[in-house]
Write a protein that binds this ligand. Structure first.
Ligand code: SF4
Length: 351
């Protein structure tokens, strides 16, 4: 034996099957394993998350949030494989959102259309233009590059729910990985969003909302990019053209810097989020429905209606900032910090 793998005539062998050449070093165990054993371990861990958490029931209709990016493509591929292999009995669909971003989403949607054929899954695309009457290109024209991601993140969340309800699905699954979850913990902490902080590491959320959302990934899971690369999956890897100021991007860079100094940083941030408990005296927002569109909301109007109203009235900055306790933020009392934080968030990964 040498290190975590045996060597045979100078070639390191897989420490699981001890036959094939090792080609992956698992970050969690530092074991050197071959591609086939890596695929098996990766897929088995997702299967275990699904079984342990009883995520699905036979016969359920499940939409996979598909952006054409690496994570959602891996999710679509692995979930359809596991569904066949383990007879989950699920009816799977791909669900995509077209934000109307020329040169970005139109290209990534082409990837999703190819995935539809490759995986044999029905695809539904919902667009901002159809749902709200505005594309992100038009919104950026009036709002500029500073707060565009606030509109996009709020609109996407609702668009996914609306698409899922058109598909009449029981659940919506999303392809978050450990990096995404660690970023979300940090962002919710920075925003002081206690309600989201308390639930962002949960595998299933929104059980009291229109459609529950699941993220069937284990934080300890190996690299998605390695899986996607070895499997030669067809995914789109270009960044959104409006992303340079996205607040999530700063959080991502910060976490990557931490990880360079302390490799466990991502797992430890997630662990902190998992163990976060809200004091029973903390006042939590009460869920109701938006008076305007009927969507779930803790305010008189949901955030999407507030933003849309501002856009339609030619006052696009009306809904920017914290809107708790009021319809819109017309009083302009938010602090500069809050405005800045609210204004820079990429929701691409908030599927
Ligand atoms: Fe939307 Fe993300 Fe692009 Fe911002 S960076 S405009 S949230 S896709």
């Amino acid at each position: 034996m040498e290190g975590a793998g045996e060597r045979k005539r100078g070639v390191r062998l897989c420490c699981v099957c001890k036959k094939a050449r090792a080609s992956v070093k698992r970050p969690k165990t530092l074991d050197h394993i071959c591609r086939e054993c890596f695929y098996h371990a990766f897929e088995s861990e997702i299967h275990q998350v699904i079984i342990r958490n009883s995520l699905f029931r036979p016969g359920e209709r499940v939409a996979i949030g598909a952006s054409g990016g690496k994570d959602s493509t891996v999710l679509a591929y692995v979930l359809s494989k596991l569904n066949r292999l383990h007879n989950y009995g699920l009816h799977l669909f791909l669900l995509s959102v077209d934000e109307g971003i020329t040169g970005y989403r139109d290209d990534s949607l082409e990837t999703v259309h190819r995935n539809q054929v490759q995986y044999g899954l029905p695809l539904k695309v919902v667009s901002y233009k159809d749902l709200y009457g505005w594309t992100m290109d038009q919104i950026v024209d009036v709002i500029g590059f500073k707060n565009n991601c606030t509109f996009c993140g709020v609109f996407r969340r609702q668009a996914l729910d609306r698409g899922a309800s058109l598909l009449k699905v029981d659940k919506l699954v999303t392809g978050h990985n450990a990096d995404d979850i660690a970023e979300t913990v940090l962002l919710n902490l920075l925003r002081g969003d206690v309600a989201r902080l308390s639930r962002c590491t949960s595998i299933t959320t929104g059980e009291d909302g229109p459609i529950p959302r699941c993220k069937p990934f284990n934080p300890n899971l190996d690299s998605f990019i390695t899986y996607a690369y070895f499997k030669r999956l067809d995914y789109f890897s270009t960044e959104c053209i409006y992303s340079p100021n996205a607040y999530r991007g700063f959080a991502r860079e910060f976490i990557k810097d931490l990880e360079r100094i302390r490799p466990r940083a991502i797992l430890d941030i997630i662990k902190s989020g998992e163990n976060f408990r809200i004091s029973t005296t903390t006042k939590m927002p009460e869920q109701g429905t938006c008076e305007r569109c009927g969507y779930i909301s803790s305010q008189k109007w949901c955030k999407a209606c507030v933003l849309l109203d501002g856009l339609n009235r030619g006052l696009p900055k009306l809904g920017i900032g914290r809107s708790r306790g009021s319809v819109g933020s017309e009083n302009g009392n938010e602090s500069k910090v809050e405005k800045s934080i609210q204004g820079k968030q990429c929701g691409t990964l908030d599927f």
